[in-house]
Design a protein around this ligand. Structure first.
Ligand code: CMC
Length: 428
């Protein structure tokens, strides 16, 4: 007999099934709780609530495990390329040569944006935050492709629109960057390059520019590490928006907005700003650590801690190595890297961080790599989004294909005023 959970409220006891995942994780299916007892569950920040079943990404925060479709992140970072990982996330299996070629051909069809989108991009202030540009232009793309606004897209339409978003996001942010440098020339897609190599070329192309394979490989790895992370804030946002049957452009655009915040993807920008602040303040790591521990300071050690990882973030380990590779290859000596390493060492020894299981996360070292590549600090979170696009698309696709999907509509515990009579303004 399958396992059940009993809940007793007053004199009533109800029994609910326990659902088990393929890695042994368990959940109590409380979907009948309110109907049976009049109670709902209250779970601030949804720290303890599953919102869906998903076969895309598995992570075990206690053991520091992250796998996409069963493949460990270490193995994918070592052996796969980003486009292959995008296919894996979206379609569930690693592609064979034929499938991969078909996927790449489909993606490469979208090597430019509609003319109107370039005109829109040209209207943003030159100091516009790239996440504002990314989110609004992505939502705006839906106006140029009305065929995808209907409900229940066919398989072929989904394949097409996902390939399009995967290809065009890179065009949006690289065009944005070049425009801030006063260059509006459009750089053609390099089909002979990896996704990262093509992106680097789109960003920095000028006569005589060559793409360094070691650098483009490091960036491709970085994108792989960011590609999915199960039901995090931005992915949940994509699913919440998509659950209303809003179109995929709207859902992914909303995900970009959720990622922007500094407790989520925005942490990579915040880390760099924090390291710069520490350097400008004389480079005193101990002082910064003390400030992060002081609850009244309003300051947190950015790039540290994670809602799920309570041992270490496996992505951070790989990124630290990539960071050394990139800086070594480019011959960059970045004092911020020394400060970052000093802060990490100090925090890992400190009882405050140890007791709370706070370790460096994916954002701690990624910014130093982006900075070495010449990517401006305010663009770091858009780089995170560039990597996360396939994950959002995969989660959107899975949600649209899941017969159990319902519009997400949580309940609440109301804590406001009880009913009271209206008082006319002259009597208030
Ligand atoms: N610096 C100092 N103290 C911290 C930090 C930090 N970075 N993170 C957590 N704490 C403390 C927090 O004050 C609390 O202490 P206490 O128990 O005494 O009240 C305890 O640790 C638990 O923190 P929490 O805020 O309840 O934990 P959470 O799971 O809600 O938050 C987090 C997770 C990632 C938002 C948080 O660790 C944080 O703010 N980190 C800094 C921002 C950051 O790096 N975000 C990127 C996350 S990884 C990329 C991604 O996937 O988005």
């Amino acid at each position: 007999m399958s396992e059940t959970a009993k809940i007793t409220i007053g004199s009533k006891t109800v029994e609910y099934p326990i659902i088990q995942g393929t890695e042994g994780e368990k959940a109590i299916d409380i979907s009948k709780l309110r109907a049976d007892t009049g109670c709902i569950t209250l779970d601030n920040g949804l720290m303890n609530s599953g919102s869906c079943k998903s076969a895309i990404t598995f992570l075990d925060g206690e053991k520091g495990i992250l796998r996409y479709r069963g493949y460990s992140i270490d193995e994918l970072a070592e052996k796969a390329i980003f486009r292959e990982v995008a296919y894996l996330l979206i379609y569930g299996e690693l592609p064979n040569k034929k499938q991969f070629k078909e996927f790449c051909d489909r993606v490469h069809k979208y090597s430019s944006l509609p003319e109107g989108v370039y005109k829109i991009l040209d209207q943003y202030p030159l100091d516009a935050h790239p996440m504002a540009v990314a989110s609004s232009v992505l939502a705006g793309l839906s106006a140029f492709y009305p065929q995808y606004l209907k409900n229940d897209l066919s398989k072929e339409e989904k394949d097409e629109v996902m390939a399009q978003i995967f290809a065009q996001f890179k065009l949006i942010i690289s065009y944005y960057y070049r425009r801030t440098k006063g260059i509006t020339e459009r750089v053609p897609t390099r089909q002979d390059q990896t996704y990262a190599g093509d992106f680097i070329n789109m960003m920095f192309h000028k006569p005589g520019f060559t793409i360094d394979p070691e650098i483009s490989r490091a960036l491709d790895i970085l994108l792989i590490l960011h590609a999915d992370h199960e039901q995090n804030c931005s992915t949940s946002t994509v699913r919440v928006v998509g659950s209303s049957k809003a179109n995929v452009f709207a859902a992914v655009s909303a995900g970009i907005d959720a990622l922007w915040g500094q407790l989520h993807g925005g942490a990579n920008q915040a880390v760099l700003e924090m390291l710069e602040e520490v350097r400008n303040d004389g480079g005193d790591v101990t002082k910064a650590i003390a400030k992060a521990k002081d609850k009244n300071s309003g300051f947190r050690l950015m790039g540290f801690g994670h809602r799920v990882y309570k041992n270490f973030d496996p992505r951070a380990k790989i990124i630290k190595v990539a960071c050394d590779t990139v800086l070594g290859r480019l011959g960059v000596k970045d004092p911020l890297l020394d400060i970052a390493k000093g802060m990490e060492a100090a925090a890992l020894k400190d009882p405050y961080f140890k007791e709370r299981s706070l370790y460096p996360n994916v954002d701690f070292y990624s910014g130093i790599i982006y900075r070495a590549l010449g990517i401006p600090t305010e663009m770091f979170t858009a780089m995170f989004a560039l990597g996360r696009i396939p994950g959002w698309l995969a989660q959107w696709k899975e949600m649209t294909e899941d017969p159990m999907t319902k519009i997400v509509r949580p309940r609440q515990i109301y804590t406001g005023a009880n009913q009271r009579p209206f008082i006319p303004m002259d009597k208030r």
